[in-house]
Design a binder for this molecule. Structure first.
Ligand SMILES: Nc1nc2c(ncn2[C@@H]2O[C@H](COP(=O)(O)OP(=O)(O)OP(=O)(O)O)[C@@H](O)[C@H]2O)c(=O)[nH]1
Ligand SMILES: [Mg+2]
Length: 398
């Protein structure tokens, strides 16, 4: 795993506009935020991160790594500080190697799932220390799952991976490289994906809407606007993404980050071209706190309950000692079942070998005792003989 620290950014995305109370809670809740990207190889995950850094998390370098983007082969963490007015947020962005390249893509999600679980585990162990000082918290607040822009639907691998992620973290599906689809193709594709998500019961993160504000008539101009914004975000899901690191001058003479085509520019930060701004707003502005709180209250709590074996009363028997390694727990997962069976076999063999060794040792002791007894008998008979000799000598002396 590699990490890179990035210099201080300044560009405004509006985090300082969070209402005061939310701002305060975000500050208290650890003042940091972790996003992860994952999905098939070559879908623009690394490019998306670089685009996010260029537009939001500004720093001195034009790019984190110079030269063309290479295939990501290891989990890569980039840290930055997003600073606005007096609001400061530490942002960790986790890039992951793409999957789907292999003939057998079975369990290609494993590294991602392990990473998410390991962060929960590490946090839980720190919490259990006497002084409960959390030094290291990389629990993932949002996972962006990149979907290939095929226009058809979701692959079984996508469905399986999304299901696995959604039980552990806030899942946000995004359609990658949407500049390769026409508007018509994109809207049909979005519809199909939403249908699959619904029928497969994949839990995706949805911005909460407080309808009670509208129904009890307490809506102010501000919160009706917030509700409207949340509705727009929900309608746009899964977000259509385009990533780029190049700047061009558009027909209004403004420098924009875009992808250039013979027929014109696809502008990253233009709402009529793609949903980049909406996604960024959800992540770093409007739903930042929802993402942090649901990670803490839903996903981390679920993990903790499972680890402590008190997720529900019937499950009491499955209670697992806290010092059990994290991964042993998830035995419903076939990978862990295999691992568990292999371990059981190894353990049985070890016990057998130990028993054999013990029996041999026991036999050796018996043999040794017989030998010593024989020696003792020998010595005793020698002593007896000597005593007789002494007796005879004494008699002769008289
Ligand atoms: N058309 C188009 N191409 C893109 C987009 N984003 C990235 N690309 C290109 O797609 C290629 C792969 O991009 P990467 O960012 O390396 O993809 P990745 O998902 O990180 O790939 P792995 O690290 O192998 O998983 C590069 O040539 C990018 O320039 C996009 O939005 N549209
Ligand atoms: Mg990559």
């Amino acid at each position: 795993m590699s990490t890179a620290a990035v210099a201080v950014p300044t560009n405004s995305v509006g985090i300082s506009n969070l209402p005061n109370q939310r701002y305060k809670i975000v500050n208290e809740k650890g003042d940091h935020f972790t996003i992860m990207v994952c999905g098939e190889s070559g879908l623009g995950k690394t490019t998306f991160i670089n685009t996010l850094f260029q537009t939001t998390l500004k720093h001195q370098e034009p790019r984190r790594n110079n030269g063309p983007i290479k295939k990501t082969i290891d989990i890569d963490i980039t840290r930055a500080v997003l600073e606005e007015k007096n609001f400061k947020l530490r942002v960790n962005v986790i890039d992951t190697p793409g999957f789907g390249d292999n003939v057998n893509n079975n369990k290609s999600w494993q590294r991602i799932i392990d990473f998410i679980d390991d962060q929960h585990d590490s946090y839980m162990r720190q919490e259990q220390q006497p002084f409960r000082k959390i030094k290291f918290d990389l629990r993932v607040h949002a996972v962006l799952y990149f979907i290939k822009p095929t226009g058809h639907g979701l692959k079984p691998l996508d469905i399986e991976t999304m299901k696995k992620i959604s039980t552990r973290a806030n899942l946000i599906p995004v359609i990658a490289k949407t500049d390769t689809l026409t508007q018509q193709e994109l809207s049909t594709f979005k519809l199909r994906i939403r249908q699959v998500i619904e029928t497969q019961e994949i839990r995706i993160f949805t911005p909460p809407i407080d309808e009670s504000i509208l129904s009890n008539g307490s809506a102010t101009e501000d919160n009706s606007a917030a509700i409207e914004h949340a509705r727009q975000l929900i309608e746009s899901m899964p977000f259509a993404i385009v990533g780029s690191e190049e700047r061009f001058t558009n027909d209004k003479g403004v420098q924009v980050i875009a992808r250039k085509y013979p027929w014109g520019l696809v502008e990253i930060e233009n709402d009529s071209h793609c949903d980049f701004r909406k996604l960024r707003s959800l992540l770093l502005r409007t739903n930042l706190l929802d993402l942090i709180l649901s990670t803490e209250e839903v996903h981390y709590e679920a993990y903790r309950a499972l680890r402590l074996g008190n997720s529900n009363e019937e499950n009491k028997d499955s209670s697992i000692p806290i010092n059990t390694p994290a991964r042993k727990l998830l035995s419903s997962n076939p990978h862990f079942k295999e691992e568990e069976n292999a371990l059981k076999k190894y353990f049985t063999e070890q016990v057998k070998a130990e028993e054999q060794r013990f029996r041999q040792w026991e036999q050796n002791i018996v043999n040794e005792r017989v030998r010593l007894n024989n020696d003792l008998e020998d010595i005793q008979s020698k002593v007896k003989k000597l005593e007789e000799q002494v007796k005879n000598l004494q008699l002769k002396k008289r």
